[in-house]
Write a protein that binds this ligand. Structure first.
Ligand SMILES: NC(=O)c1ccc[n+]([C@@H]2O[C@H](COP(=O)([O-])OP(=O)(O)OC[C@H]3O[C@@H](n4cnc5c(N)ncnc54)[C@H](O)[C@@H]3O)[C@@H](O)[C@H]2O)c1
Ligand SMILES: [Zn+2]
Length: 361
């Protein structure tokens, strides 16, 4: 079974990637010395698809297991939902060695991780990601959070899981729009760190990938390996980890200007990556070939490289409100080639404006 190790000293953990791996969960935990009361957090749809497999596997391994459902959707990632889960944890008598499992996408993962980090000052947390985005991005790296009315992920912590178990077979039920969300992040990894991953993506397409277990396993493994390496080097995001924001600077501005309804996160990041490449070209960091290759690969998956119906000056305004800025300067992550990015705060406003105008064109 392929696995990736996240090297973080005493907080190190393994990311196991196994087709139909959810059925082997209980057995995988045997050597981890947890207490036998377990709480699984999920949503009704995911529970219907995969809850039974997880429950059976945990019960067969001797865990007294309870499944707690929370509704689907970003809007439930709140302290109020968290409170309901704390209530369940108290009722069940979870203690500091009782594991809590996140079975679902990034929403379930982030809120469950937040509970794990805070209930009794921290209990063992296991990620069972079921969206491509969660499998390649949100389940790895230990960022856990809930939203505040004034901003996404404003209340959170760094809290690493004890194990991430990825079962790519769960993607068989994932809607296309959710696949694209994850694929935008996978394209990101290719551009920032791995030309062979980028080439693999450039040579296939979504329909083929959904049929091709081997390639799918490979892109998940390569993505996790990149995230693991970056997180191991910079767990708390003071330096290198910021390269994971490639495409997200313009992306967040577009998401926000579109009131989080016009573009999905993946679509906005796709446009943001095309924009970052154009900016790199303008300031002489890369050639036109790099810009074209990035755009071509994004378009191959039906993701956008331009925005429409948004006022460019509104997008520009949101850009300068992004929390990743440094003083009043934005910290840009820009490509120098496929597989290599660097960071700079030294990009003229005029170049940014010109690129936004091109993206709106
Ligand atoms: N912690 C991090 O490092 C990090 C990184 C990126 C994003 N995030 C967070 O992740 C969240 C987005 O995650 P997401 O894109 O996974 O969205 P999501 O969790 O909302 O899941 C998307 C939809 O897919 C459904 N779904 C999940 N698995 C399925 C399956 N196997 N089959 C069918 N349907 C399935 C869900 O019910 C949901 O409706 C955001 O809250 C974002 O802030 C966190
Ligand atoms: Zn993202």
């Amino acid at each position: 079974m392929p696995s990736v190790f996240v090297e973080l000293g005493s907080s190190s953990y393994s990311i196991d990637i196994a087709w139909q791996g959810l059925g082997g969960l209980g057995e995988r935990l045997q050597k981890m010395s947890f207490n036998p009361t377990a709480l699984v957090v999920t949503n009704p749809l995911i529970n219907r698809h995969y809850g039974h497999t997880v429950l059976q596997s945990l019960q067969a391994a001797g865990f007294r297991t309870v499944i707690a459902e929370i509704p689907a959707g970003e809007e439930i990632k709140t302290l109020r939902t968290a409170m309901g889960l704390y209530d369940r944890a108290v009722e069940l008598g979870l203690d500091r060695r009782s594991p809590i499992f996140a079975l679902g996408g990034g929403v379930v993962g982030d809120i469950t991780g937040f509970i794990a980090a805070t209930y009794m000052r921290g209990i063992p947390f296991i990620q069972l990601p079921t969206t491509l985005l969660a499998q390649v991005d949100s389940s790895v790296g230990g960022k856990v959070a809930v939203n505040h009315p004034q901003g996404k992920n404003l209340i959170g912590a760094f809290y690493q899981p004890k194990l991430v178990l990825i079962d790519p077979a769960t993607l068989e039920t994932l809607p296309v729009r959710e696949w694209l969300s994850g694929l935008a992040e996978v394209i990101k990894y290719g551009v920032i760190r791995d030309e062979s991953l980028f080439d693999l993506l450039s040579g296939t397409e979504l329909a083929a990938l959904r049929q091709d277990k081997a390639s799918l396993m490979k892109i998940i493994q390569k993505s996790c390996a990149i995230k693991a390496e970056v997180v191991a080097a910079d767990e708390k995001e003071t330096g290198l980890r910021m390269i994971l924001n490639f495409g997200h600077t313009i992306g967040h501005a577009i998401e926000s200007a579109g009131a989080y309804t016009k573009y999905t996160h993946g679509e906005a990041v796709a446009i943001g990556m095309a924009g970052a490449a154009k900016l790199a070209w303008r300031i002489g960091w890369c050639g036109e070939r790099v810009c074209n290759a990035i755009e071509k690969t994004i378009l191959r998956y039906g993701l956008p490289v331009r925005f429409s119906g948004l006022d460019t000056s509104l997008v520009e305004g949101r850009l300068y409100h992004d929390k990743k800025k440094e003083g009043d300067k934005i910290r840009w992550v820009l490509p120098k080639g496929i597989g290599t990015v660097d960071m700079t705060t030294d990009v003229p406003g005029s170049a940014v404006r010109a690129v936004l105008a091109e993206l709106a064109g």
